[in-house]
Design a protein around this ligand. Structure first.
Ligand SMILES: [Zn+2]
Length: 164
């Protein structure tokens, strides 16, 4: 009986760890971990290119295949083009064949999500946790280990290659 209880306990601990590792990013960043960046619309217009502004601040979508970052294969980190917060590692990037840079997980706490109803069916929009700039939508048809597909606008990202 005692042995069985111990085994159950160990298994449940193992399950918690496995689940945590598999899902990667926590649902929300720890409170106070990321200082929000809030600018006026005029300030954003000044700071961003028109294409960046349309995606980041107006939830636009760039044409598929338009971003060179879709074909970026080097090791490095993808930062938010609005505020430079690191959002994705090249370790989580894969070729989804959609024409948009795609990742199976974000860096921990780097993005927030909400449901949007711009199309006939609800989609999960995600945005930078610091400046709330729109990045893309997350879908459930990604590869292991998360099964998620973060479909990102390349124009909303800045790639910083790892130093060799
Ligand atoms: Zn940002």
């Amino acid at each position: 009986m005692h042995r069985r209880t111990l085994l159950t306990l160990l298994t449940s601990i193992g399950l918690v760890r496995t689940t945590s590792a598999a899902t990667g990013a926590p649902a929300a960043p720890p409170a106070g971990a990321i200082e929000p960046l809030r600018l006026s619309d005029a300030q954003w217009k000044q700071r961003l290119t028109p294409a960046q502004y349309r995606v980041l601040r107006q939830e636009g979508t760039e044409p598929p295949g338009s971003s060179p970052l879709d074909r970026e294969k080097r090791a490095g980190i993808f930062h938010c083009a609005g505020c430079d917060l690191p959002l994705f590692s090249s370790d989580a990037k894969y070729d989804s064949g959609t024409g948009w840079p795609s990742f199976f997980q974000s860096l921990p706490g780097a993005v927030g999500t909400r449901t949007d109803y711009k199309l006939l069916f609800p989609r999960t929009e995600y945005h930078c946790a610091r400046c709330e700039g729109h990045q893309g939508h997350v879908f459930g048809d990604g590869p292991p280990p998360t099964g998620k597909r973060y479909c990102n606008n390349g124009v909303a990202l800045v790639f910083v290659a790892a130093s060799a």
